[in-house]
Design a protein around this ligand. Structure first.
Ligand SMILES: Nc1nc2c(ncn2[C@@H]2O[C@H](COP(=O)(O)OP(=O)(O)OP(=O)(O)O)[C@@H](O)[C@H]2O)c(=O)[nH]1
Ligand SMILES: [Mg+2]
Length: 346
C-alpha cells in the first residue's frame, strides 16, 4: 500500500498531478482539464481515446462530444516524405519558428517509426526535437506506430481534436511516407506539405504521382552546404512536373521551394507560404468545404473501425474464429465460406 503524505500546501501542482496520475479521472475532470489547457490531463485523455477497452471508449466518446464545440480553430498541417527526408528535423526547425517568432502554441503529433522496431521507444524523435521538447509553447505527442496505416494510429484525428480544445493554435502531424498513411493524414489536415530529397536517384524518386497531387506545397530539404545547387535543380524539376498536373479542386497551385532545417534557410518563407494558403483557402470557402468532407469521411471511418472492433472482440466470434482458423489452415474449410459463417454468427 502506497501512502503519499499530502504537502502542507494542498495547491501544490506536483501533488495534484501525482494524485491525478494514480487515480481514474471522471469524464468531467477530463473535460475541465483539457479546456483549461492542462497538459497532464490532455496526455491522459489521449491515452483514454487510444484505449480499446469498452469502458474507456464510452468515457472517451463523452469527452469528445463535450470538447467538440471547442475545436476547429487550429490550423491543421500534415507533413510527409520518405523515411530520412528530414521530417522530424524540419518540425523542430519550423515548429520553433512558429512558437518563438510567431508566439503560437504548437502541438506535434509525431508517429515514431522506430517504435515499431523497438516496441515503444519514443525517445528517438524527442531527441531530434530537442528544443521543441523543452519549449513551453510546444506539446509533442509521439505515438507508437504499431497500429494500422504505416504509422497513423487509429486515433490521430481524435487526438488532434483534444489538442485543439486544449488551446493549441497549430497542429503538425508527421507521417512516414509509406502506404496509406498519407491519405489518412491528408484526410484530417487543411494543409499538406511534402518533403523531398534532391538528387536521390531517378527524377521523381519513385514517388507516386498521387502523393505529389495530394500536396499543397512541396519543399526540397537539406538545401545546405554542397547540396544547395542540387536542391535548386530539383526544385525546377519538380516545378516542371507539377506544372503538368491539373489544378486541384481548391484552385491553389502547388508551390515548390527549398529549405534547410540546419541553417533555417527557407523556413520563414515556408511559414509565410502556409499563412498565404490559409488566407486563400478561407477566402475561397475551400477550408470549410474540405473540413465538411473530412467529417463525412470520419463518420465512415468510425463506423468501419467500430464494426471491426466489435466483431473481433465478440466472445462468440473469438471462439468460433479460432475453430475456423484451424479448419482453414488444415484445408477442411475454404476461407470464404469460413468468413461468411463467422459474419452470419455476428
Ligand atoms: N544537412 C542537413 N541534414 C539534415 C537536414 N534535416 C535533416 N537532416 C538529417 O537527415 C537525417 C534524417 O532526419 P530526420 O529528421 O530524422 O528524418 P525523418 O524524415 O524524420 O526520418 P523518419 O522519421 O525515419 O522517417 C538526420 O541525420 C538529420 O540530421 C537538413 O536540413 N540539412
Ligand atoms: Mg521522423
Amino acid at each position: 500500500m502506497l501512502y503519499i503524505a499530502p504537502p502542507k500546501n494542498r495547491e501544490n501542482k506536483f501533488y495534484t498531478h501525482l494524485l491525478m496520475a494514480i487515480r481514474r479521472l471522471s469524464v468531467q475532470e477530463y473535460i475541465d482539464g483539457i479546456l483549461a489547457g492542462d497538459r497532464v490531463v490532455l496526455s491522459r485523455a489521449i491515452t483514454l481515446v487510444e484505449s480499446r477497452l469498452e469502458a474507456d471508449r464510452l468515457a472517451a466518446n463523452q469527452v469528445l462530444h463535450a470538447i467538440l464545440p471547442h475545436t476547429g480553430r487550429a490550423k491543421r498541417i500534415g507533413i510527409t516524405g520518405v523515411p530520412g527526408v528530414g521530417k522530424s528535423t524540419f518540425i523542430e526547425s519550423f515548429g520553433s519558428y512558429i512558437t518563438q517568432q510567431k508566439g503560437l502554441k504548437l502541438a506535434v503529433l509525431a508517429i515514431d517509426p522506430s517504435s515499431q522496431r523497438t516496441k515503444g521507444s519514443i525517445m528517438g524523435d524527442k531527441t531530434r526535437m530537442e528544443s521543441l521538447s523543452h519549449d513551453p509553447k510546444a506539446y509533442i505527442r509521439p505515438s507508437p506506430s504499431g497500429d494500422s496505416l504505416g504509422g497513423i494510429t487509429r486515433k490521430t484525428r481524435e487526438t488532434m481534436l483534444l489538442c485543439e480544445a486544449a488551446g493549441f493554435d497549430i497542429i503538425l502531424i508527421e507521417t512516414v511516407g509509406v502506404g496509406q498513411s498519407e491519405t489518412a493524414v491528408r484526410s484530417m489536415t487543411d494543409f499538406f506539405l511534402l518533403l523531398m530529397l534532391a538528387g536521390a536517384g531517378d527524377n521523381l524518386q519513385g514517388m507516386k504521382r498521387g502523393i505529389m497531387e495530394m500536396a499543397d506545397a512541396l519543399t526540397i530539404t537539406k538545401a545546405d552546404g554542397s547540396n544547395v545547387q542540387k536542391a535548386l535543380n530539383a526544385k525546377i524539376e519538380y516545378e516542371n512536373a507539377i506544372h503538368l498536373f491539373p489544378l486541384p479542386p481548391s484552385g491553389w497551385a502547388t508551390p515548390v521551394s527549398t529549405c534547410s532545417s540546419m541553417t533555417q534557410e527557407g523556413i520563414p518563407e515556408l511559414w509565410q507560404l502556409t499563412e498565404k494558403y490559409f488566407d486563400f483557402a478561407t477566402q475561397k470557402g475551400w477550408l470549410q468545404k474540405q473540413r465538411q468532407e473530412q467529417n463525412k469521411e470520419w463518420l465512415h471511418e468510425t463506423i468501419k473501425q467500430t464494426l471491426l472492433d466489435r466483431f473481433y472482440e465478440n466472445p462468440t466470434i473469438k471462439q468460433a474464429l479460432a475453430v475456423c482458423e484451424n479448419a482453414v489452415e488444415n484445408g477442411q474449410q475454404d476461407a470464404v465460406s469460413a468468413a461468411y459463417e463467422l459474419l452470419n454468427k455476428f
